[in-house]
Design a protein around this ligand. Structure first.
Ligand SMILES: Cc1cc2nc3c(=O)[nH]c(=O)nc-3n(C[C@H](O)[C@H](O)[C@H](O)COP(=O)(O)O)c2cc1C
Length: 177
């Protein structure tokens, strides 16, 4: 799929088919994370792949949206080794989600409830100086959910986006109005 199309068409998918994501597809998604740039190439992230259904069910209680983790096919917890580098966590998560979309796989970033973060960290064996930046839930989209369409026209998608218009987002030379 064209990179521009993948970036503008990627929507969050929160309902998934009961169909596993093949290991080679999952590996490509993880490679997209691995390839992501970071400050001084520090790669301040680690990825925990969560496949086991019971494990995900237990972890789901700690999430803002438990259902996503409970019902997905597989999830990737993005562990940030240095909490100051939040920009890098966003980059790596989005790269994996856009790559997944281009491979036909839906995804959603998921926040851990702040009051459950310590428990989540302990449960996953994440060291105290690190943080669980997000948990990406993944799976093939259920009927009615947004889905990747490789032949879609990106301009039509851009025209319908529920986002602020460029006129409001973009400034030239200085921030104004
Ligand atoms: C930092 C961050 C945290 C998010 N946390 C959740 C979450 O806990 N659960 C959820 O269902 N979606 C979560 N989302 C997804 C947003 O709701 C979504 O990106 C936004 O509504 C745009 O969705 P769209 O691209 O499908 O229009 C999160 C997004 C970001 C960037």
């Amino acid at each position: 799929m064209d990179a521009y199309l993948a970036v503008v068409a990627k929507r969050e998918v929160r309902e998934y088919l009961d169909r596993p994501v093949p290991e080679d597809v999952l590996t490509k998604i993880l490679q997209a994370g691995r390839a992501t740039g970071s400050a001084k190439n520090s790669q301040p992230w680690r990825f925990i792949v969560l496949v086991d259904r019971e494990h995900r069910h237990d972890l789901a209680r700690a999430m803002m949206a438990p259902r996503n983790l409970d019902r997905c096919a597989v999830a990737i917890a993005v562990v940030l080794l240095n909490e100051r580098l939040r920009f890098d966590a966003g980059r790596v998560a989005q790269d994996m989600m856009v790559a997944a979309w281009a491979l036909g796989v839906g995804s959603c970033p998921n926040s851990v409830r702040p009051d459950e973060h310590d428990r989540m960290r302990q449960d996953l064996g994440v060291p105290p100086e690190a943080a669980v930046a997000t948990i990406i839930t993944l799976g093939y989209p259920a009927p009615g959910q947004p889905r990747p369409r490789p032949t879609a026209d990106p301009e039509k998608i851009v025209a319908k986006l529920n986002r602020l218009p460029l006129e409001e987002l973009v400034h030239r030379e200085h921030f104004s109005g």
